[in-house]
Unconditional design. Structure first.
Length: 568
């Protein structure tokens, strides 16, 4: 960990515990370097950790039944982990966070689908080789994944089926939609990633693993962890499958198939502020293109479109139509085992309001239950109906997350609602709003400390923030946690970048960020909650305790000023 990241975590921990580091600790972590990074200390391996280098095998070898080496019961694979990404550094940081916090990486098998890495490429292997000793990595190219999907399911995956593409009117040559159910999405809210293989590939891995389980006899490996590359894991993922915990987390005991984080930030129409909650419903989040619906400030009737082409509204009759489709899909895809029938609601709007809003990023899947409940079949049927009625554009969030919501409506167990001893805290929304705003809304730093994993879902990604770190724009407590694992990911991580490129990039980014706030003297707190100590500074912690810090300067694009005092 860099001295900067270590210092930030010290301050975070002190704030969380309402105590301060000792003067010796403060001096030990005195900031004298103008750069972000320092040599990262190697992870101190426990005696039980496998010291063999990680094993990298091709998907072709794995699907053919070849294992990298023989394993005894003490090193048998306990969990599969799937990550699809075309971003090298975030991928490496996420993987290193998993391995560094796991006592036995040799019991993990990763399935990586990347757009930048082949078996002949070395940077990613080097970036994860230290922390992930003993782990198995199955490298999937997109063609290999597509071929395996066709082999297992008898048809191509959805991203290779042009008939499922729904253009946004007026974009890419698309003609104005004549569908009465078309949800109109503003161009600035569209992104091609929502229809990509990196987004939808996860819907096929459970069935691939189930086929492997049935054919190769790997009946001991029944759990799949789906990860996004903007997630940092802070605890041992093997805890998720220890002692019967997994069946409680996934809700398989109650006919569900997966566990997911249900923490969300939702707009409060009464206070005009964002609230943190784990009780939001499908209607309370803006993932369907028609905006969030809250009975206190915006009802379903209020949200109905009043004119053709109107955005952020519900086309008349759409919810009723979606309810009819849901019934048809449930009738044509009955579970292959005795899963309970979901209770009927008076309307589909009621059904959506009863379902807990969740998010991908860190999701635990019961592989057998997923296959038994025919989740992938339902997902594809929803995409087919979406194409028939031209409802959600393929490059909209509604296509990338709203349709998966519909396919998994009755199948998700919220991590936060688990039984005592089986609940998992997954801190989300760290890319939606600055940490300082979250604190203003009541979130505590201890939430970051105790989170099993943290998720930078949203537009403010931590790897972008790192490019803009300097003496007036330092690391926030949340981004410091990403920085820790990014620094483990050399050679993919480097602080040697073009200052002009960074300056231009950060100037553009700053347009969307509120101005920093000057508190006292020349000390600053920026909009992300980061603390700036140019020159000598005194940090006044909660409770009045002070610590001295000298020259906290980070590869500055802007010059530091004179000393000052910052009150936190």
């Amino acid at each position: 960990m860099s001295r900067l990241a270590t210092l930030m975590l010290l301050v975070v921990r002190a704030l969380a515990e309402d105590s301060a580091p000792t003067s010796e600790e403060a001096l030990a972590f005195s900031m004298t370097s103008a750069k972000l990074t320092t040599t990262v200390a190697s992870h101190t391996a426990a005696e039980s950790r496998d010291e063999r280098p990680p094993s990298f095998i091709s998907a072709a070898a794995w699907t053919a039944g070849h294992a990298p080496s023989s394993r005894d019961n003490a090193t048998a694979i306990l969990i599969d982990i799937f990550l699809a990404s075309d971003r090298p550094l975030p991928t490496a940081a996420t993987l290193n966070s998993v391995c560094a916090n796991t006592d036995s990486p040799s019991r993990l098998r990763f399935h990586l689908v990347t757009g930048f890495w082949s078996m002949a490429s070395e940077p990613l292997e080097k970036a994860i080789s230290n922390e992930c000793r003993g782990a198995v990595f199955v490298a999937w190219s997109l063609p290999e994944l597509e071929d395996e999907v066709e082999k297992v399911r008898g048809r191509l995956p959805v991203w290779l089926r042009p008939s499922l593409y729904v253009p946004n009117e007026g974009r890419l040559g698309g003609e104005p939609s004549t569908s009465p159910f078309a949800v109109h999405v503003p161009s600035n809210e569209l992104d091609a990633k929502h229809a990509s293989a990196f987004n939808h590939g996860r819907f096929y891995m459970a069935e691939i693993l189930e086929a492997r389980r049935m054919n190769a006899g790997e009946r001991g490996v029944n759990y799949l962890l789906l990860l996004d590359d903007d997630v940092i894991v802070q605890r041992d993922v093997l805890e998720l499958v220890a002692g019967g915990t997994a069946s409680k987390l996934t809700g398989a005991e109650h006919g569900k198939v997966m566990g997911a984080g249900c923490s969300n930030w939702v707009y409060n129409g009464d206070t005009k502020k964002m609230d943190y909650t784990t009780e939001a419903s499908y209607l309370n989040v803006p993932y369907f293109g028609f905006g969030a619906i809250d009975t206190r400030s915006r009802s379903v009737a209020d949200a109905e479109c009043k004119s053709p082409g109107q955005t952020h509204c519900i086309p008349p009759g759409l919810l009723s139509h979606l309810g009819d489709v849901a019934q048809q899909i449930e009738a044509t895809t009955p579970p292959t085992s005795g899963a309970p029938t979901p209770p009927e609601q008076a309307s589909f709007a009621d059904a959506l309001d009863e379902a807990n809003a969740w998010n991908f990023g860190f999701v635990l899947v019961d592989v057998e239950a997923w296959a038994s409940n025919r989740v992938t079949d339902r997902f594809e049927l929803w995409l087919e109906e979406n194409a028939r009625k031209q409802i959600f554009p393929s490059d909209s969030l509604a296509f990338g997350l709203g349709l998966p919501y519909l396919a998994l409506r009755d199948d998700v167990q919220c991590f936060e609602h688990g039984e005592p001893g089986a609940a998992v805290h997954f801190e989300q929304g760290l890319g939606i709003m600055p940490w300082s705003d979250m604190e203003d809304a009541g979130r505590k730093l201890v939430a970051l400390e105790k989170a099993f994993a943290i998720h930078f879902n949203g537009g403010m990604k931590p790897w972008d923030t790192l490019r803009c770190v300097d003496s007036y724009h330092p690391l926030s407590p949340s981004v410091a946690r990403f920085a820790k694992y990014a620094e483990m990911s050399r050679p993919l991580y480097s602080d040697e970048r073009s200052h002009q490129d960074d300056y231009d990039f950060c100037q553009e980014k700053s347009k969307a960020i509120a101005p920093r706030r000057k508190l006292s003297g020349s000390g600053y707190v920026d909009a992300t909650g980061g603390i700036c100590f140019p020159g000598d500074a005194t940090v006044v912690l909660q409770g009045g305790t002070t610590i001295k810090i000298r020259d906290l300067k980070v590869r500055g694009l802007w010059n530091a000023r004179e000393a000052g005092t910052v009150h936190i």
